[in-house]
Design a protein around this ligand. Sequence first.
Ligand code: FES
Length: 342
Amino acid sequence: MTSPTPHSTDSLPSATTKVAARVAVRVDRVIDETDDVRVFHVSRIDGSAFDAYEPGAHIDVVLPDAPIRQYSLCGQPANQQELCFAVKREAQSRGGSRAIHERISVGSQIDISIPRNLFRLSAGTREHVLIAAGIGITPLLSMAHHLLTLPDTTFTLHYFIRSHSEAAFLALLATEPFAAHVVLHPGVTRDTLDDELSTIFAAAGPNAHAYTCGPGPFMERVVAVGERTHPADNLHLERFSAEPLPANADAPAAGAFDVVLAGSGQRVTVGPDSTIVEALAGIGIEIDTSCGEGICGTCIVDVVDGTPDHRDHCLSKAERAANKTICCCVSRATTAVITLDI
Ligand code: FES
């Protein structure tokens, strides 16, 4: 995996580099929501407004000499003067959350990416069910902010927490206008989770869309229970970390394939133990990456010809079926050659 390409604020991609724009921001407020969860409010150093973002969006947080990490925005999406994101200090931190907690304070100047969204509210849906566990509350909180502004739309935010002392944003969620939409589920165990989820889905209308964010096993139960009563397309999830999906059964046995660049006609082989990102870096073509795990969507490029073997967790089912885009950090090809719009 290559590191993201260093670049300045709002830099434009060159013909051979897919680069996500970065924004220089100042930290205006830092709020400790719990012992482990800290919320950062940032504004642009140049004083200009942010572009409006979609509820559910996330940003990269870029610190020198620290891994780039993605964090969901958790504020009011219509507020273009500031962005806020929450960071849980992970006990097993590989440097990302620990560095942010230890090195960012009020007045710090950092780079963030412009918001990206792979976790969208379903347009035109009247009933939304938000199901969060732990720090997974963050993208659902921005959705809740947005849904409060929509007339003729109902939503409930179900928040599974281990204990009140470990749960972020409880004070906000206990006050109106949120309180009328929030149901807390404290101390639910693995043995009782399915029953709790069954009750939630039984109360939801048949056309409701559900959105979940939290630990992987939790979301798997949400999807498994939700699919008993609702179409799979009505269930949406956002991951924080993931293992690559297993190979597609149609993938070539040897696992190697060629990538052709539509712009230049250059061709490179991706070996069984390599990735598209790595193979392209070997011929001087840099694809911007962030998570490197198929979660954040930074490395998505368009497919001109050939069929992707999707191994990511960020494309929707419809996007996978269309085979028009590919996540270059983890996905491969089921065809011997795949042509990318680079
Ligand atoms: S770098 Fe995050 S999905 Fe590829």
